[in-house]
Design a protein around this ligand. Sequence first.
Ligand code: PLP
Length: 456
Amino acid sequence: MTMNKPQSWEARADEYSLYGFTDLPSVHKRGAVVLTHGEGPYVVDVNGRRYLDANSGLWNMVAGFDHKGLAEAAKAQYDKFPGYHAFFGRMSDQTVMLSEKLVEVSPFPNGKVFYTNSGSEANDTMVKMLWFLHASEGNPQKRKILTRVNAYHGVTVVSASMTGKPYNEVFGLPLDGFIHLTCPHYWRNGKEGETEDEFTARMARELEETIEREGADTIAGFFAEPVMGAGGVIPPSTGYFQAILPILKKHDIPMISDEVICGFGRTGNTWGCQTYDFTPDAIISSKNLTAGLFPMGAVILGPDLSERLQAAIEKIEEFPHGFTASGHPVGCAIALKAIDVVMNEGLAENVQRLAPRMEAGLRAIMDRSDHIGELRGIGFMWALEAVKDKATKTPFDGDLSVSERIANTCTDLGLICRPLGQSIVLCPPFVLTEDQMDEMFDKLEQALNKVFAEVA
Ligand code: PLP
């Protein structure tokens, strides 16, 4: 029962909703931004204020916030067959078509797809598949999972254990058997005098030593995002994947590419693994898969894992796993349309065409600032890292909350971008125009100048 209901949207949000991943002091001071609708890459709040969302929602609303064709595909499917599952040998025609499409656009000559409701669940599903597969092949001890510090793989118990972020300690995570290797961020983690090639070789040595120490027969798989997203947009050091893949192969450790952010165009190609020129054993997809219009994740298995998993399932006649909404017909219809929109309506080309412009604009902002230490990224995913001292890469005192202040100032100016660590992350929708990009540069630079003048 609700008594004395607060009046404003902000107060109502505060009163009845628990915020996830939200800096509470800041939101208490400023109030939540309550949104009603979107127009292209803009979102509009209850007070009629427009914000250019340079985050694409959470990296996912790649076609903007009012794409008519996507909404029509959803409506048509809701009218025709509004819901079903994928258990007991039944599934919708849309599910069949989406699996075909995903294998067709994957880097694999053939493969199989399994659906979830989110990226976290897709990673959990992949881990269960690996545990099940290895046990079925007589290796029940092959259960450890390798990921990297700063990796983000989700929030469920297993995917949070894979995530290499210290905040999971509050949950008593990671679980045992989840090992985090060094983040391959040369600018921050390279040693004095070490070249980038030497750094990459050190990352590869660390992997090999870890496998030898733990025992290859205890390691179920290695998961990596081609570009770390929520870790702060961290592309791999030069030659990283080429250095580590042969080691994993030699030790018979499957390599899983978590493409929840990188997949479907974000890095300028359909998959991040294509941008970085490697072929994984499986791909994890979500977010862009439905252009953000439906909660859906997918595990796309390459030929080797498909075949081995199929054999393992046939032994016990059933894979005891699935979600009520796995392969939901409306989600699949939207995903089919979203793939078509991104690949055939010029969105992927727009990313390719404008990525150099985005890099150049951000580089110019960095060059004009005394407090941006690094610009990093690719395609339509970039981060600017704030530093107190550019020459020494010394970060600002954490208590100053510099990146949060920059993001809040951007919000005041009508630009949504994300603070991650000491970085500001920009990952706009693929529909962004040149003029909108200039608006993003302009507002971002105003915010940077204002905050750096206050803290420096
Ligand atoms: N994997 C990666 C690379 C992600 O960026 C995310 C979410 O940001 C996830 C997994 C988890 O996806 P979800 O939030 O849909 O559970």
